[in-house]
Design a protein around this ligand. Structure first.
Ligand code: UD1
Length: 420
């Protein structure tokens, strides 16, 4: 696997950077595009291995899914071509592949997929997705690592309470319910900005959805959806990662094309840590004021602090002044970056889902391994701040979620190379 070579502790970090489209908004919207036979065009889709895998998956189901130029894709699906046993290798590359279930079920009454299984950050079951489909009248069969969902008649609107506000389950149920007979109400729904973008997209296609962004989403089924042209929202996690880099290095940064309302919890924490920020239209400027002060962070469903920025803010706390604490409440195993940060000189202790971080003056560059996407981003932040040269290995994880990362970092003054 490839690695980044980063010369850390440069005093010249800073400048402007354009934020890409959101990976986590693009994936469900790409899946939902399969609801219509007509050619839907999506703009601002980041060019990443995850979005490429999603295009491939759509093609294996019989859909048309192509990238027109860098950030524009077009998708449609008229006739399904479901294999008896869909390719495990392909589906297992991407947790978001589970979102392919709802459009196929809603349109053709049947879908069979490899069970996604766990990953480095936790078990990640799909029981809540299946609970939703089942409440809408679908029959679920599981065996030999596959899940098969069938509904002979059309799906029926239903009231579904989610035991946890799962992002993926809310998205899958919303997509399935758009073409159902009657009204579906999702209670304790997730309210992340990506859910709101999905609802906007579905409504542009002719769906009738209200309440997205709150804990109750109401979907009145319609008989048909049509094509649309939609632009994906900016990536709040990419934006947050660059802001954290700025706070760690002390260099001022201006994010262009970012949505400040989507990163309120991070901006609040950076404010508590002593950074100033300025928001105007679609840009955010962060002005760090010397060494950041330690804070406590607890990850929560939106609008709480996002779990996808937990690893990166931990990198920042390792060099903050004082002692900070992070509690991870969303995923049971999302601390794999800690041993790697400790190899760079960080002082972190853990107890269950809590990490206690004693800030040090300086991290020292060394070889570290990215164990998952956000852990890799956190190690990159740490390597940029650390003294000396660092190697961040297994960067394929990082490149799943950060478009053009190396060039963007170089434009901000980071000395970084890629080696195979
Ligand atoms: C999405 C994001 C991921 C982010 C996460 C939480 C995408 C492609 N990925 O993942 O980057 O970290 O939201 O914001 O958008 N759970 C169940 N049963 C289910 C579904 C989930 O118990 O059926 C649990 C999970 O194990 C986890 C928690 O709910 O502990 C949150 O998971 P969920 O919100 O579903 O995350 P994803 O949609 O997989």
């Amino acid at each position: 696997m490839a690695k980044y070579i980063i010369s850390g502790a440069s005093s010249s970090f800073g400048g402007k950077v354009k934020i890409s489209g959101s990976k986590n908004a693009a994936l469900p919207i790409m899946a939902a595009s399969m609801l219509t036979d007509e050619d839907t065009i999506l703009d601002n889709v980041p060019c990443l291995s995850d979005t490429e895998t999603m295009l491939k998956i759509i093609r294996t189901t019989g859909g048309i899914a192509e990238r027109d130029n860098n950030n524009s894709v077009h998708i449609s699906l008229s006739k399904p071509k479901q294999k008896k046993k869909p390719d495990y290798e392909l589906y297992s590359k991407l947790r978001g592949s589970v979102l392919i279930m709802s459009p196929l079920l809603a349109k053709f009454g049947h879908v069979k997929l490899p069970l996604p299984g766990g990953c480095k950050i936790g078990a990640r079951p799909i029981n809540l997705h299946l609970k939703g489909f089942s409440a809408m009248g679908a029959k679920i069969k599981q065996g030999h690592g596959y899940v098969e969902v069938t509904c002979k008649d059309e799906l029926k609107g239903s009231k579904i309470y989610l035991d946890f506000p799962s992002v993926g389950a809310t998205e899958n149920i919303m997509i399935a319910a758009t073409l159902a007979n009657g009204t579906t109400i999702i209670e304790n729904a997730a309210g992340e900005p990506e859910i709101v973008d999905l609802a906007h997209f579905l409504c542009e296609m002719g769906a009738d959805i209200s309440g997205a962004g709150t804990d109750t989403v109401v979907i009145k089924g319609v008989s048909r959806l049509h094509k649309t042209n939609h632009s994906i929202i900016p990536d709040r996690i990419e934006a947050g990662t660059f802001l954290i880099c700025s706070a760690a290095t002390g260099g001022e940064i201006k994010l262009e094309g970012a949505e400040p309302n989507h990163i309120k919890p991070l901006l609040a924490k950076l404010g508590e840590m002593g950074c100033d920020y300025e928001i105007s239209d679609e840009s955010i400027t962060l002005r760090p004021n010397g060494r950041p002060k330690a804070v406590d962070v607890k990850t929560m469903p939106h609008p709480g602090f996002p779990t996808d920025l937990q690893a990166q803010i931990m990198s920042l706390l390792t060099v903050a002044e004082g002692n900070g604490m992070i509690v991870e409440t969303i995923f049971e195993n999302r601390f794999s970056h800690i041993p790697e940060l400790c190899r760079m000189g960080a002082k972190i202790k853990t107890e269950g889902n809590a990490a206690f971080i004693e800030g040090v003056q300086r991290l020292s560059g060394t070889c570290v391994k990215a164990t998952d996407l956000r852990a890799g981003a956190a190690l990159t932040v740490a390597a940029i701040k650390a003294s000396g040269t660092s190697e961040v290995h297994d960067i394929e994880h990082i490149e799943r979620g950060y478009e053009n990362f190396v060039n963007k970092l170089r434009s901000l003054g980071v000395v970084i190379d890629i080696k195979d």
